[in-house]
Design a binder for this molecule. Sequence first.
Ligand SMILES: Cc1ncc(COP(=O)(O)O)c(C=O)c1O
Length: 408
Amino acid sequence: MDSARTHTSPSDDVPPTAPTGRALATEAVHAGRDDLAALGLHAPPIDLSTTYPSYDSRGEAARIDAFAATGAEPEGPPVYGRLGNPTVARFETALARLEGTEAAVAFASGMAALSAVLLVRGSMGLRHVVAVRPLYGCSDHLLTAGLLGSEVTWTDPAGVADALRPDTGLVLVESPANPTLAEVDLRAVAHACGSVPLLVDNTFATPVLQRPAEHGARLVLHSATKYLGGHGDVLAGVVACDEEFAGRLRQVRFATGGVLHPLAGYLLLRGLSTLPVRVRAASANAAELAGRLAADPRVARVHYPRIGGAMVSFEVHGDPHEVIGGVRLITPAVSLGSVDTLIQHPASISHRIVDAADRRGAGVGDRLLRLSVGLEDVDDLWADLDRALGERTASDAIPQREALSRVE
Ligand SMILES: Cc1ncc(COP(=O)(O)O)c(C=O)c1O
């Protein structure tokens, strides 16, 4: 419990620095906007065009040929909205700068982003995926069901090297993982991958707390629906990576159509500017709630990552459905990363689509609740949780010092 209260994430000690040399907080506000002053603008423009006029069809043909060859963004205005959009490109530029990668490619959702990665590798004949559970339920389902023709081997982080095959195209981990907040040693896994690309789903940590590319991940995926947007009003996904992989992702996006709407691109760019402030403030609330939950006899176990963050998971002695039904300030809803606090029961919702035995085997028990902590006053949040947890009973008593679990 004490460790939760005194926890310091890297961001508490030293201001994180973006790979440009400017502090992350500075990049969050300025990246993707460098040209605005020269344009005589302060707020980024929203370009809603689906098509772009050109009297030079020979030039258009050459630009389409160049895109088909490399996937590089066409010089000048896009030809058509599915090839790229200037407002979305601003968000992509900014996110790449925050994650420290050459490029980023945005999609209509996190699942569209993951699908595009699988399609890129599958189209190269590399259909086999090695993955570590738990993953977000639908990511697990996409791999387990083989919906895109991939075949998955599930393993633990130590088993990654042994699970690789000649046709392995991808290794996939989440850290901290949804919903147990289990953490993976990214550097060790990246080493075990050898030349196989490691994809780290960084949705929960955000680049404020962790930049997987610095640890050897070739691909960094976000459900941008969560912290990057930050206000529960944008559905989006993004992959940060090197320019070569980005080109392939753009080609898949062009051919399959999972593009991000420009208005969503605008909202995401705006969301990024407050990302460091939101993540730090919500993380402070989360660490405090993790400590209070760990000290509460109605709670059997609390999961809070070493890296910190705004997510807390906990197992109750009683009926988790009663807790969901009992909150009033906190919103009982799936999703996470918004300014307001959400709670959900993973076994019923976010991970319902995963086979129950696989789900339990991955540590997603039936009494586990997942809390996405927002920016409300922490005492108001605690008052709501305290009421929702219900009456204390004599059987609730457990040794408190063992209640807070940090996943190595
Ligand atoms: C860790 C993680 N990755 C990916 C996704 C999928 O993202 P989206 O809902 O934007 O498609 C989610 C959604 O909850 C998630 O939590």
